[in-house]
Design a protein around this ligand. Sequence first.
Ligand SMILES: [Zn+2]
Ligand SMILES: [Zn+2]
Length: 285
Amino acid sequence: MGSDVINLPNRNQLDRGTAIALLVLHAGAIAAPFYFEWKAVLVAFVLYWIAGGWGVCMGYHRLHTHRGFKCPLWLEYLLAVCGSLALEGGPISWVATHRIHHQKSDQPGDPHSPREGKFWSHMGWIIFGQARHNATRMMSKYAPDLAKHRFYIWLNNWHWVPLLIVSIGLTLWGGLPMLLWALCFRVVAGLHATWLVNSATHIWGSRRFATRDDSRNNWWVALLTFGEGWHNNHHAHPVSARHGLAWYEFDITYYTLKALESVGLVRNLMVARIDEGRLQEREVA
Ligand SMILES: [Zn+2]
Ligand SMILES: [Zn+2]
């Protein structure tokens, strides 16, 4: 990438705004059980799936970063808005960071490698590493395909706006329990689940493919992240929209994509097959 390589892991600078936001959200998450309400828990669970499963796994990761399938533009945009509800930054920043991770996996320049410390790979890089969620123009160099869309530029700059609107609406409807569960607890759980893909699945689990990084297949991370835990499969076949390659590797995001394919909303699903060890593209008949 020449001289303008982004030096993401700058460990010396505390991102005060991010640290305070995370502190407040964690406090809210810890308070949530004291305001238990089934309605709030149910809404939190549904939002966890919408933001994490549809937004981050299906949208930000398998579509926007790796282009593992095609879908109508309105659905692309909708998935990006769902992704913003996870409070992991806008699509351009997320995609740029993740593309750098694939380029430099567990080598110098990887934004979040456990080789630089377990805590660092989990959340240290967010708090101390200048994750640059708002540096739209700089991050666009790594996501020029997204930066062509004014909508993605807007959403990247204002990634917290959809979450703010949803949170205000839910709080007006369900009061404090709803705020604590559907915002605080749900966002914190989603963040740690995503961070486990960066930390745990580069530390614990089995390796089917001899990739040049430390990536692993980890069943419990896969359960928490709608299939993203089959991370060694993913590093070996990044474009594949299917991460769980064996029948026993539960990958709910892939099953969702198959359902969307059957109703004509998704096409050109890229699927890696372990028996042949190569990527196959399946077209809708
Ligand atoms: Zn990885
Ligand atoms: Zn990836």
